[in-house]
Each structure stands twice: as structure tokens, then as C-alpha cells.
Ligand binder design. Sequence first.
Ligand SMILES: [Zn+2]
Length: 287
Amino acid sequence: MMKHTSLALAAAGLVACLQPAMANDWNTPQEPFALYGNSYYVGTRGLSAVLITSPQGHILIDGGSDKSAPQIVRNIRQLGFKVEDIRFILNSHAHFDHAGGIAALQRLSGAQVLAGSAGMPVLASGQADKGDPQFGDLPPMAPIANVRAVRDGEVITLGPLAVTMHATPGHSRGGASWTWTALEQGKPARMVYADSLNAFGAGSFRYSGDPAYPTARADIERSIAAVAGLPCDVLVSAHPEGSDLWQRYAMRAARGNTAFIDNTACRTYADKARARLATQLAKEAAQ
Ligand SMILES: [Zn+2]
């Protein structure tokens, strides 16, 4: 029985962002590819990581899990870029499936790690936030040195690159989404790397009011609205299937990189999150 219980808990921990069936596939290898202009997908099949490149150095968004890091390194090198040229690693949220690989990627690159203020201590210590809706199910991560908190609206610049942070708390307390403009043959696309917006709590956590995180519902509602309202041509969400990345990828042969352009993508992503929140609140009301 004990064994059964701990297995169930381990499985619950892997539900960090979506259905358990997907968890086994998170680290399925994925060939890296260009999204648009200087922006490349370098993550695994189930965990996004995006590299934004420039002659003055690169910015990486998210590091997958600890098992993803070697694949991300390989993908960056396969594209012809140097991991050592990454200057900043930005994080969507401080859960093991998006931040667990950052420590290893930082060791190789020497990059500074940037995150929302509530995510910063989690990354620095490797210990889950007690106010996290999934606290209790989140495994520890390797602690990360040189982490800096970024505020809502702050712009991270590196040579010609400018990436804006949008605070999107609710799935975690320190969640962040990131936007920038990419150019391809002189034509701009508004790029969005969207944080997880799923209302998902461990154990008895209540989005409708939990002493561990009383503003969870208000936060996630505001974050969903914020992402819905972003200027958005190309969307990659922290879990790629959440923004239909693989359906778009499949159209690449016919349409080239325009396959990734969909200016309704952020609103669709937000609609799904709103439905998920309604399901969660209904479940809580029934309890
Ligand atoms: Zn998560």
C-alpha cells in the first residue's frame, strides 16, 4: 500500500502542467527548427525551449527538466550556435519540467538566469514554493546561482535583442511570459513564449481560496486575460502541444515558416485555460 501511495504521488508530481499520459513523452527527442527569423525551437517533444540569437550573444527561454538539458545543448549545437554564447536564460515558471535543466545549462554557458520575483528564490534554492498550487507534488531541483528577479513589463536587452517580461502568476506564483519581435526578410513577427496557465492544484489546494495562496484565482484570471491580449503572431507555450505547435510544425513542408503564424493563437490558448479554470472551480465547489 505504501508503495502504491508513493507511486501515485510520483505520478501526480508529473502532472505539473498537463495530463499524466503525456509525462512519459516529455523528453522524447525533437529535431531543432527555425520558428521565425532569429528564433528557434530547441526543446524536446514535450517541453519547450526557445533560442533567440544575435551576433552579440543569445537568449534562451526555459531549460526543460534535468533530463532535457543534454538534448537542448545538442539541439543548439546542431543549429550551429554555441551554448557558451547564451547570456541570459529566462524562465516561464519554477517547476522541475521547465527549470530543472537550467542549472546544467547555466554551468555550460555562464548565463544569468532571469525569472519572476516569486520564482527567483525557488530557482536559487531548488526548493518548491510553499504557496505553489502544486506544493507537495513538486520534486526539488538543482539550485541555480546568479538568478535575478525581473518585474512585469521589464525589457531584457542584449545587442539588437529586446525581450519583454509579462508577469503571469497563477499556475505558479512567479510565472512569466515573454515577448519579442523577430524579423524574417524584413518582415516582423510578434513572438510570444507563453507560461502555463493551467489551474492545477495538488491535494486539497483550492483556487477559490486557499490560505497558502489566497490570490490564486484572481492571479490566474488576470494572467489569462493578459496572454489573450498580447500582440501575438507566433506562439510557443511552455508545453508545446498546449499551443498546437506540432500541428503547425506538420504544415511546415507546405507553408514554410508561415505555418507558425496565427494571430488568434494567444486567444485560443487563453480560452483553453479559462475552460480549465472553470472545471477546477466547479470541482472545488462540488467538494
Ligand atoms: Zn508547471
